[in-house]
Design a protein around this ligand. Structure first.
Ligand SMILES: Nc1ncnc2c1ncn2[C@@H]1O[C@H](COP(=O)(O)OP(=O)(O)OP(=O)(O)O)[C@@H](O)[C@H]1O
Length: 325
C-alpha cells in the first residue's frame, strides 16, 4: 500500500531583488521586483507503508522543502502530494495527527520547561489517550536512554539528548509516518547508535513509514534499503541502495598483507595504489575483476597473510552518481 505519493511536485520561492546604492533600504521597501527560485522541480516518487527511505542530495538540493510540503508546512506551487490519502497543506490538522516530524536543527520541545512537561503538553495537544501515552513513554524513555534528563529542561541537554527527546516526542501519538530531517547532524556516536536502533525497532514493531534526509551516509547504511537522490530540485535516482552501489560504486579496493615486505609489482585488471610495510592496496573495477581472482593471482606469486576488501563509501557513490549526470 502506498503511504506517501509525490507527483510532479514543484515549489517555487519568490525572492525580492535587493537594490543597491543610494536610499536602497527605502527603495527595497517599495519595490515589487523579484526573482523565482525553483527549489523543487517536477519530482515524482512514492513510499510504501512500512518502508524506510533515505532522501539524499547535496546542500540546497530541495530535500527540506519537499519534507515541508509533505508535512503541510509549505504549499506546493504545483503537482500533488498525498500522505496516507491526505493532502498535507489543505488538511493540516488531519495530517498532523498521522505524522511525526523531527528537524535535527530545530526542537519542537519547550526550551525552559522540564522534558516531561513538554511531553504532557504534547499529550494534550494531540489528545493522546492516557494508556497510549503511558505505554509509549514507559517504553521509549529507556530505549532512548532518557531517564536522566526527563526532569531537565531542554536547554540543559546535550545535542544528542535533545534529538533523542525530540524523536520520542514525535512518536508519542503513534504516527503512521515519521519525517526525519537531518536527525543526526552534530550528534555524538553513542546517541547516534541509540537513534539508529530506536528507529529500526519502531519501524519493525509498529510498521512506521520513515522518510529520512541526511548527509550522514552511516544513517543510510544502517537504516535504509532504498534511496531517493535529488539534485537542484530534480530526481536523480530512485531505487534500492544495493543497485546504486553496484552501478555507481564501481571502483573497489583490495588490501593484501604479505608474510614479509615485497617489492612493487603489477597485477592484471588492478592498479597498485599504495604500499606500506608488508601491505599493498589495489583498486579494481567491479566489472573487470573479482577479489578472488586478484587474491589467487597475487597469492600464486607471494605468500599472503591477510586480506581486506574495501567497498567504496556511499558518499563516494553519490558523488559518482552526480558526476554521471
Ligand atoms: N523560504 C525560502 N525562500 C527562498 N529560497 C528558499 C527558501 N527555502 C529554501 N530556499 C532555497 O531552495 C533551495 C532548496 O533548499 P532546501 O533547504 O530545500 O535544500 P536542502 O536539500 O534541504 O539543503 P540542505 O541539505 O542544505 O538543508 C535552496 O537553494 C534554498 O536556498
Amino acid at each position: 500500500m502506498i503511504m506517501i505519493e509525490v507527483s510532479h511536485l514543484v515549489k517555487e520561492f519568490k525572492i525580492p531583488v535587493q537594490k543597491k546604492g543610494r536610499f536602497a533600504a527605502v527603495r527595497n521597501l517599495f519595490s515589487s521586483e523579484h526573482t523565482i527560485k525553483r527549489a523543487v522541480d517536477d519530482i515524482t516518487f512514492s513510499v510504501d507503508d512500512g518502508e524506510i527511505v533515505g532522501f539524499i542530495g547535496k546542500n540546497g538540493a530541495g530535500k527540506s522543502t519537499t519534507i515541508k510540503m509533505l508535512s503541510g508546512i509549505l504549499q506546493p506551487t504545483s503537482g500533488n502530494v498525498t500522505v496516507d490519502g491526505i493532502k498535507p497543506f489543505e488538511q493540516r490538522m488531519e495530517n498532523a495527527k498521522q505524522i511525526g516530524v523531527v528537524f535535527g536543527q530545530k526542537t519542537q520541545l519547550w526550551w525552559d520547561v522540564p522534558l516531561i512537561e513538554s511531553y504532557r503538553l504534547l499529550k494534550e495537544i494531540y489528545k493522546i489517550e492516557d494508556g497510549t501515552y503511558r505505554k509509549n513513554l514507559d517504553r521509549y524513555i529507556p530505549m532512548l536512554d532518557l531517564e536522566e534528563v526527563i526532569n531537565k529542561p531542554v536547554r540543559q541537554m546535550s545535542l544528542g539528548q535533545r534529538v533523542k527527546a525530540d524523536i520520542c516526542a514525535a512518536l508519542l501519538h503513534d504516527p503512521k509516518i515519521l519525517f526525519l530531517d537531518e536527525p543526526t547532524i552534530g550528534v555524538d556516536v553513542v546517541s547516534k547508535k541509540y537513534l539508529h536502533d530506536f528507529i529500526s525497532e519502531i519501524n519493525r514493531e509498529k510498521g512506521t513509514t520513515v522518510l529520512l534526509t541526511t548527509h550522514d551516509m552511516g544513517d543510510i547504511e544502517k537504516l535504509c534499503s532504498r534511496v531517493v537522490v535529488i539534485d537542484s530540485g530534480h530526481l536523480m535516482y530512485d531505487g534500492d541502495l544495493e543497485s546504486m552501489v553496484q552501478k555507481f560504486g564501481v571502483i573497489r579496493s583490495l588490501m593484501i598483507e604479505f608474510d614479509e615486505p615485497v617489492g612493487d609489482f603489477q597485477v592484471e585488471n588492478a592498479k597498485l595504489t599504495r604500499s606500506e610495510g608488508n601491505r599493498k592496496w589495489f583498486s579494481f573495477h567491479r566489472s573487470e575483476a573479482t577479489p578472488m581472482e586478484l587474491i589467487r593471482s597475487i597469492g600464486d606469486k607471494y605468500p599472503v597473510h591477510d586480506i581486506e576488501i574495501i567497498e567504496p563509501d556511499i558518499e563516494e557513490i553519490v558523488r559518482k552518481l552526480y558526476e554521471s549526470k
